[in-house]
Every structure is written in structure tokens, then in C-alpha cells.
Ligand binder design. Structure first.
Ligand SMILES: *Cc1c(COP(=O)(O)O)cnc(C)c1O
Length: 467
């Protein structure tokens, strides 16, 4: 039944389809025109008794599945942190699927463990991160941050591995930190009431003086400060917390400092952003998602820590059937986190880093930042609009100086068209439009077209929102 020969012609056709898709993703609507449940209703409720040919699957992929796809590869996809999975990444994913390696420990597939370390060392060097950062790849930043908090818990409350929490631990982040910090606090048993959200300043950065005060207050009240999660490139506005100051406050209390750079960590490849990472040499852990702004297909989250031994203490549990070489170079990544099985994500990261090279990535990131800056200039030079936050990277938050209802209508109309897909956020209580550029195929004319649409809709908005 499993006929490898039948794979050849269909796979060749699939490669042609993929290349065609990537070259012409513009011809699809950015977002699918469908109602919730449409795809479920269209597909059979029960799986087939008898196997079906590959060619049929490929045909149904195009006719049935594609109409329900939101095209992250579309150059006018500006929502979330827009991203592109580049061709070297696609190629590596195919090869990794063919090998089907599970790198649970070193011996299971040495290449999984070793290539992951090589690719992450390159990325670490290019990002200006300290040499003592030990890296591993998880699926998402959420899981990376979960591991940061688990390690922080291990450092602050070493008995917790056996007993559960024995201390009243506290974690700090700004009010702009990602919701994955909340989830991590829930998952490691620290609890949401012990996650202290420090108010951010006018530019949406954590305020160090308020952090210091919160830690002092907690110490006086008998809590144990455990971790600070600082953000380098927050999700709403891409604000950057003052990492060096945060480290200086946390250090005397032996508080773990995690840096969440899921999106903007990519920008550290550019020398002009290196100053943002000052203090990282004294932080404890760091996460950047190469699947966000470094053109690696989802999923690929790079997690680094200077204290792998603490992570190991938190998680190493080795039953006899998983014992492996005692050679210290035979790194078994299962010892440093929750997952046992590990897919070969290092391959796509390695392919992408080699395909672009450091210079190629720098050029592309600068190009995208410049596209975003052109949008920022449109906003700033139009008296009807205002910038809602500084825009240092490739993401711009702005609004029409009018009611929330009008801005909301503009956002909804833009997205309803299927021509663009942008996001929205609430900043200081005000409705805000948010545009993230991250696509290899996005050009100046795409940004110009978006701004034309925004201004045209802005003319119509008062009539639609009257009353
Ligand atoms: C996107 C994002 C995350 C979550 O990323 P996942 O990989 O989807 O879990 C966390 N933090 C920041 C700052 C982000 O922008």
C-alpha cells in the first residue's frame, strides 16, 4: 500500500505548485472569504475506508483546503507579526519530513542535537549575544518563556521540583508583556495573582523605579521575587524595556531575568540595534522566534539560557531506556526541558541562515524597516492622523484623530476587502490600527496602496459612523 514510487510524479507536481504559489501568492485574497465551520461542513464527516491516491489528495488540497487558508505569504498580510517562510526553509522542512528523525536524545539522531547547537550558535553570534548562552529550539516563544519561568522557579525554590511550590514566588513584567507570560505563570504553579504587571511609561516600556518598588514591597510582605520578564519588542507596539536597568535591579535579589525578544530579536543582527541588548550578559535567558522575522517557516523558537544546569536540574528525568552516552559532547536536549521528542528544526534554521547569509538578512531587515518607516512618515505628515507609539522596527501603530468607532470601521473595512489584513490594538484605552511588515515580497507599492486605502476610507468614515 505504501508505494514510494507513486510519490515521484505527484511530488514533482507539488514542487511546481509550491514554486508557483510562492511566486504568485499575490493573486489570492489575503484572507479567506468563508464563515466559521464552512470547511468542516464541506469535508466528509468520516475518514475513508479505502486509501486514496496521492494525486487526489493534492487536487483536494487545492480545491477544498486552499479556499480556507489565510495567506501569511501574501505581501499585503500586515497582521500579527507578519512573517514569511522562505524557500530554503520549505526545502529543509521537506527533507526533515523525509528523514522523520526524532532527536529525543543524542544517539537517536546526533544531527538533530548537533545541528541545532551549530545553527543556534551562529544566530547567537550574529545577534551579539554572549558566548555562554546555551541554545535549544522549541516550537513557540510561549513554550520558551514557560521554560524560563520553570528555571527561575528552580533557582528560587529548589524544593519545588519535589514538593511543588514551598515559597510565595513573585514574577514581574510590564503591562505590555505578552500573554504567554500569564500562561507560563499559570503553568508553573506561580499563579496569576503573583504575576505583578508593572505600569509602562509613555513609550510603553517597563518603568525600572516601579519594578524596584514592587520588589521591595514584596520582600517586606514575605514574598520571594523569582523572575522578571523583560520585553524587547512588545507585541502591541514593539516597545523595548530597559534591560540593563532591569538586570541591575534584579541581580542583588538573585532574580531571574528573561528577555522576550520573540519578534524584535531579529533586529539585533543590525549593528544599529545592538545597544538594545546591553545587559544581556547578566540576564538569565532569552527567546527569539526565527519563525517571526527571520524567514524560517513556523515553528522555530530559539531559547537561550546562561544557566542550562538549572534547567537540567528542573527537568532532567532519565529512565533506563533513555540512558545514553556519558560523553559530555553527546548533548541530549530532552534533559533541558519538557519535550522528549524533538523534530529536526535545526535543519531549516541552518538552511535559512546559510541561504541569506548575515549580510543578506541585514539587507532584507533594513529594507522592511524602511518600508515601515515610509508608512510612519505618511502618518506623521497627515494632520488627520497620529502615531500611537514609537515605531523603531517594522511595525507601525497609528490612528485617525477621531472616534474609536471611526477607527474601528476603517480597520474592519480594510480587512473585509480581502485586499489587506491589518491588526488593531488598544493603547492607553484608545483604539489603534497596527501594521506589521515582515514579508519578503512586500514592496513600497504595497505600503503606498495600504495608505491610499486608509485615507480613502477615512474620508468615508464619518458618514458611516454618524449617530
Ligand atoms: C509572538 C510573541 C510571543 C508568542 O509567540 P509564540 O511563538 O506564538 O508563542 C511572545 N512574546 C512576544 C513579544 C511576541 O511578540
Amino acid at each position: 500500500m505504501h508505494d514510494v514510487e507513486s510519490f515521484r510524479p505527484v511530488a514533482r507536481e507539488a514542487i511546481e505548485w509550491i514554486a508557483d504559489y510562492l511566486a504568485n501568492s499575490r493573486r489570492y485574497p489575503v484572507t479567506p472569504r468563508m464563515n466559521p465551520g464552512d470547511l468542516i461542513d464541506r469535508l466528509p464527516a468520516h475518514g475513508p475506508e479505502v486509501g486514496e491516491p496521492l494525486a487526489q489528495l493534492l487536487a483536494d488540497f487545492e480545491t477544498q483546503i486552499l479556499p480556507a487558508v489565510g495567506h501569511w505569504n501574501h505581501p499585503r498580510f500586515f497582521n500579527y507579526f507578519s512573517s514569511t517562510g522562505s524557500v530554503p526553509g520549505v526545502l529543509a522542512e521537506m527533507l526533515a519530513a523525509a528523514l522523520n528523525s526524532n532527536g529525543l536524545n543524542w544517539v537517536a539522531t546526533p544531527a538533530v542535537s548537533e545541528l541545532e547547537q551549530v545553527a543556534l550558535a551562529w544566530l547567537r553570534q550574529w545577534s551579539g549575544l554572549p558566548d555562554d548562552y546555551f541554545g535549544q529550539i522549541f516550537d513557540t516563544a510561549s513554550i520558551s518563556t514557560l521554560h524560563a519561568l520553570a528555571a527561575a522557579r528552580e533557582m528560587a525554590d529548589p524544593d519545588s521540583r519535589r514538593l511543588g511550590l514551598t515559597k510565595r514566588l513573585r514574577v514581574y513584567c510590564s503591562d505590555q508583556a505578552h500573554s504567554s507570560v500569564d500562561k507560563a505563570a499559570i503553568a508553573v504553579g506561580i499563579g496569576l495573582d503573583n504575576l505583578v504587571k508593572i505600569p509602562s511609561d509613555a513609550e510603553f516600556r517597563l518603568q525600572p523605579a516601579l519594578l524596584r518598588q514592587a520588589i521591595d514591597d514584596d520582600l517586606a510582605a514575605g514574598y520571594t521575587p523569582c523572575a522578571v520578564v523583560s520585553t524587547l519588542g512588545s507585541t502591541s507596539t514593539t516597545s523595548v524595556d530597559p534591560i540593563a536597568e532591569i538586570v541591575a535591579i534584579a541581580e542583588p535579589h538573585n532574580v531571574w531575568v528573561h528577555i522576550d525578544a520573540a519578534y524584535a530579536g531579529a533586529a539585533l543582527l543590525l549593528p544599529e540595534f545592538q545597544a538594545l541588548i546591553q545587559g544581556a550578559e547578566r540576564a538569565h535567558s532569552y527567546v527569539v522566534n526565527p519563525h517571526k522575522w527571520l524567514f524560517v517557516p513556523v515553528d522555530c523558537s530559539a531559547f537561550y539560557t546562561r544557566f542550562p544546569e538549572i534547567l537540567r536540574r528542573a527537568f532532567s528525568v532519565t529512565p533506563e531506556y533513555l540512558r545514553t552516552s556519558a560523553d559530555p559532547r553527546a548533548v541530549s536536549l530532552m534533559d533541558y526541558g519538557i519535550p522528549l521528542g524533538r523534530r529536526f528544526r535545526g535543519l531549516k534554521l541552518w538552511f535559512v541562515l546559510r541561504y541569506f547569509g548575515r549580510q543578506g538578512l541585514i539587507e532584507e531587515l533594513r529594507r522592511q524597516i524602511e518600508l515601515a518607516q515610509s508608512l510612519r512618515r505618511y502618518v506623521e505628515s497627515d494632520p488627520r492622523f497620529e502615531l500611537a507609539a514609537p515605531a523603531p522596527f517594522s511595525t507601525v501603530c497609528f490612528r485617525k484623530k477621531t472616534t474609536a468607532a471611526e477607527n474601528r470601521w476603517i480597520a474592519a473595512e480594510i480587512n473585509r476587502s480581502g485586499d489587506f489584513f491589518i491588526s488593531q490594538t488598544i493603547l492607553r484605552g484608545e483604539f489603534t490600527l497596527r501594521v506589521a511588515i515582515g514579508n519578503l515580497a512586500t514592496t513600497q507599492s504595497d505600503v503606498d496602496a495600504l495608505w491610499e486605502r486608509v485615507t480613502a476610507l477615512s474620508e468615508l468614515a464619518p458618514a458611516h459612523c454618524a449617530g
